[in-house]
Write a protein that binds this ligand. Structure first.
Ligand code: URA
Length: 209
């Protein structure tokens, strides 16, 4: 079973609280999504392997550490995931970025893939699927399925706010995937919104309604 990591760092929690407030305007909300995503990426990448390389400082030759092994791919789920990807890229500018677009079938209510463009060699990459809100888990599960179908074997899911239902769904569908969130909120309401949540993340990021 994939583990659930709630990232309790005070900076993450403080910024998330400001994002939750309905009075936080679009510009500030967008900046905060990026900042929190960057801080979360710092935590998520703690276990990246390092390897020694020989370099010369201005003072002496030495052996120092660099990140080694699988290269990263960030895969935001359109559209709200884009705001998080921008933040992660500030910390890991060399990461490749793929995109997955999903819409909800009005009859089955299940997510349907309408767009998927991923970097080459997904089988060799450490993949972080990003979506701010893990509500029912349907989209996150479908996005993970999309990257696995293209060869990924090492996938993490990173969300800002989650509901217990969403976590259970991803754990059921993808027991190999670790989930990283800043909060596990109480529940979903009748409209599928996370309570207390922060509203519609896409609308709040882009000033739409
Ligand atoms: N998507 C959102 O943007 N917000 C929610 O609360 C649930 C799903």
């Amino acid at each position: 079973m994939g583990q659930v990591h709630v990232l309790e760092h005070p900076l993450i929690q403080h910024k998330l609280t400001i994002m939750r407030s309905k009075d936080t305007p679009t510009k500030e909300f967008r900046e905060l999504v990026q900042e929190v995503a960057m801080l979360m990426a710092y935590e998520i990448t703690r276990d990246l392997p390092l390897a020694p390389i020989a370099i010369e400082t201005p003072v002496a030759p030495t052996v120092a550490k660099v990140i080694h092994g699988k290269t990263l791919a960030i895969v935001p789920v359109l559209r709200a995931g884009l705001g998080m990807a921008d933040g992660i890229l500030q910390l890991i500018p060399n990461a490749k970025v793929g995109h997955v677009g999903l819409y909800r079938d009005p009859e089955t209510l299940e997510p349907v893939e309408y767009y998927c463009k991923l970097p080459q060699q997904m089988d060799l990459r450490e993949v972080i699927v990003v979506d701010p809100m893990l509500a029912t888990g349907g989209s996150a599960s479908a996005a993970i399925e999309a990257v696995k179908r293209r060869g990924s074997t090492s996938v993490k899911l990173m969300c800002l706010v989650s509901a217990p239902d969403g976590i259970a769904r991803v754990q059921r569908d993808h027991p190999d995937v670790d989930i990283y969130v800043a909060s596990i909120d109480e529940r979903l309401n009748d409209h599928g919104y996370i309570v207390p949540g922060l509203g519609d993340a896409g609308d709040r990021l882009y000033g739409t309604k």
